[in-house]
Design a protein around this ligand. Structure first.
Ligand code: SF4
Length: 469
């Protein structure tokens, strides 16, 4: 059930009697990206703090909350399907999240919903819950773990530092759904991180729509944390997070996502070289052709990204850079696509995701001419992925024989699966640990690398790790 396994939905024929004087029960369906997941965690944390129970079946739920995604058309369909299923199986449904910003679309299909709210409207969701299923006081259920409730496994957690975005990328409707950049004060983020680390979290994944812009809306206001002044700024946030690191235990890992390649990011790379932050950077380049980037209206489009990458690697040679790209953007010529392939050759990125452009309702790019036919998009995607596969395989091959620290995510029939500093959960490759001895999930172990393919590494447990990574 989604309360703890967000991708699945509750099962069961009909809801229970909500007038019963037992703890109120909520079914939860969480769809969408890590930012939406953090919203779900906040709502569930609030529900638990008020004594509500989350349950894994429609039948056992007094009502169902569906946290929707509206990023691309397929996500909209998935969200509408999820709402339809909840309406059919339970009948009392609260809708929130990105698609909630388009209330009229949802209401036209499901006129009897209890409420519809947009993203991050925690108060709106809780108001609807209170009206539909007033809380029953139970001192035991009111107890809340100090780190809140996490939907990710216990050993890693997403740390959302800001919401919204000040850019206007032509393919994206997030700013219209989530609003302008709104940063959380740095002390609030650091206090949350501190609690998570104290609760045993090994890895913090810093997310927002534009991590490099963090704090700009607050004019980088200074806040006090642990007796020290920290400006609300990316570099200072990273310093604070780095100060949580216990050198003996080498934790927590701090991983940065959605970082735009502005010059001030160089100073953060120095923290990576010092070991305070993982040498890993997720930079959404999206394309390399200046003309396509201009049509995309991308931030940092004018940056010389190859020079920036070289500067980062000079500061921290171990850095892993991941990125995502869009091929087949309206008007993309063969020459522009070739610029991207050539750039990829030179950039030698470690990890790459690539998508075919698909129009999103409400996006400015829909008005651009020159749609690329589906077959040509497919062909470009295949050429792009083939090139990157060669780069990735060659990079992973260089890790053969090394001993890497690996955070164990799960057990497999042949051993376990985990990730090194170079692999973010869900989106990057993995390290497959072979052998009868299974390390614990959430444990960090040393693994001698014995095999490599295009995206994943294989290895065996080793005790020779320290100093060899
Ligand atoms: S930077 Fe661009 S793609 Fe990212 S959220 Fe903002 S507008 Fe959308």
């Amino acid at each position: 059930m989604p309360s703890v396994q967000p991708s699945r939905r509750p099962r069961g024929p009909s809801r229970r009697d909500p007038s019963a004087e037992t703890a109120r029960t909520i079914g939860f369906v969480s769809l969408g990206c890590p930012k939406a997941l953090v919203d779900s965690e906040r709502i569930i944390t609030q529900l638990r703090s008020e004594g509500y129970q989350t349950v894994p079946s429609y039948a056992a739920a007094d009502l169902v909350i569906v946290n929707t995604c509206g990023f691309i058309d397929s996500a909209v369909e998935e969200s509408l399907d999820a709402i339809g299923e909840a309406v059919k199986e339970n009948g009392r449904v609260i809708v929130t999240g990105c698609l909630g910003a388009k209330g009229e679309v949802i209401r036209a299909r499901f006129p009897d919903l209890l409420s519809i709210t947009g993203p991050q409207d925690y108060a709106g969701v809780m108001k609807a819950v209170h009206e539909a299923a007033p809380p029953v006081h139970d001192p035991f259920l009111d107890l809340l773990p100090p780190q809140g409730v996490k939907l990710t496994p216990r050993h890693y957690a997403y740390l959302k530092i800001a919401e919204g975005c000040n850019h206007k990328c032509s393919f994206c409707i997030i700013p219209s759904m989530r609003g302008k950049l709104a940063s959380r004060p740095v002390d609030a983020v650091l206090v949350e991180a501190e609690k998570l680390v104290r609760a045993g979290v090994q890895e913090l994944l810093v997310i927002s729509q534009d991590t490099s812009a963090y704090g700009a809306d607050l004019k980088y206001a200074g806040r006090t944390w642990q007796g020290q002044e920290y400006p609300t700024r990316m570099l200072d946030l990273c310093r604070g997070l780095g100060s949580l690191r216990d050198p003996a235990q080498r934790r927590p890992w701090v991983r940065l996502h959605y970082v735009y390649p502005y010059p001030h990011v160089d100073a953060v790379i120095e923290l990576m070289a010092e070991g305070l932050v993982l040498p890993y950077l997720d930079v959404p380049f999206q394309h390399a052709s200046p003309t396509v980037l201009k049509r995309m209206k991308r931030p940092a489009a004018a940056e010389d990204t190859l020079r920036r990458l070289a500067a980062w690697r000079a500061i921290c040679p171990e850095i892993t850079v991941r990125s995502t790209f869009i091929v087949g953007f309206p008007g993309e010529t063969e020459a522009e696509f070739q610029v991207l392939l050539d750039w990829l050759d030179q950039a030698q990125l470690d990890r790459v995701g690539c998508f075919k452009y698909s129009p999103v309702e409400g996006a400015a790019a829909n008005a651009l001419g020159g749609p690329i036919p589906g077959a040509l998009q497919e062909e470009r995607l295949a050429r792009f992925m083939e090139k990157q596969a060669g780069i990735s395989a060659a990079k992973l091959k260089k890790k053969l024989g090394r001993t890497l620290e690996v955070l164990v995510d799960e057990h497999t029939p042949k051993g376990a699966r985990g990730r090194s500093w170079a692999d973010a959960p869900e989106i990057d490759g993995q390290v497959l640990i072979e052998g009868k001895l299974k390390p614990l999930v959430g444990e960090r172990v040393w693994v001698k690398i014995t095999g490599a393919d295009t995206h994943d590494l294989r290895g065996v447990l080793s005790d020779e790790g320290v100093g060899n990574n």
